[in-house]
Design a protein around this ligand. Sequence first.
Ligand code: BTN
Length: 270
Amino acid sequence: MKINHIKQKEHLEPEFIRRSLGASIFTRNMIYHHRLDSTNRLANDLASQGAQEGTLVLTEEQSAGRGRLGRSWFSSGYSNLLFSLLLRPQMQADRVFILTMILALAASDGAEEICKVKPLIKWPNDLYVGRKKLAGILSEVSTKVKAVEYVVLGIGLNVNWKPGNQEGLLYPATSLFNETGRMISRNELLIAILKKFEGYYGDIISGEIAPYYERWNELSAIIGRTIEIDAAKEKIRGKAVRINQDGALVVEDQKGQEQTILSGDVSVKF
Ligand code: BTN
């Protein structure tokens, strides 16, 4: 196999990204570092110092990537997408999951457009291809009374990573390279995701939410499946029925009763 060294070492190109996005909120304050501890950490710090909506923090590698539930996020350098978006939507804090939902949709749609892979969404905010995790989203919110002051949405998406030894990973993982057998342009993929996200965000802000719920349920990897959830106090086993208007997962438990789960770690029973 001929190895294309240029493509393998493709760097993110902030200028190319900026030009391709044109008039976008994400070109207002685009911050690129070769290496950071965590894009979410930096985006949160900038937000607390008053950075504007649309601030985009991009990096090639992280030394202390943050995952959900206090976990770490590991990614090989210069091969994946690692970025955080700062938003200042006028919305109640309990609606923020909608933003996570549209970032998951944008990432799935972007992957489909650029490399014809259609990842599914594993509630609440992971992307999966088959049984393997492709991406994870970490949303961090700062509130004033019950309203959102700002939200940082961070995503780690495995693009050109070549999965080898997966020891130490909590879940089996994959990448777009692994799914397609070819190197994917991270620049093109990032541009596609950001364009889609901005369109969806505009709709959400103007109140057009229903179609996104529908798409979210359609793309859900777990609806109709038997699942086990590690919720706050207990383990619940049952059938995933739907994701409701609050972003909560509705599960039919083993007694045939519906339970609404607001957060937790889901495993699918195959
Ligand atoms: C998860 O699945 O647990 C969520 C992982 C989120 C990782 C991304 S990588 C870019 C951004 N910066 C971080 O420190 N975390 C998020």
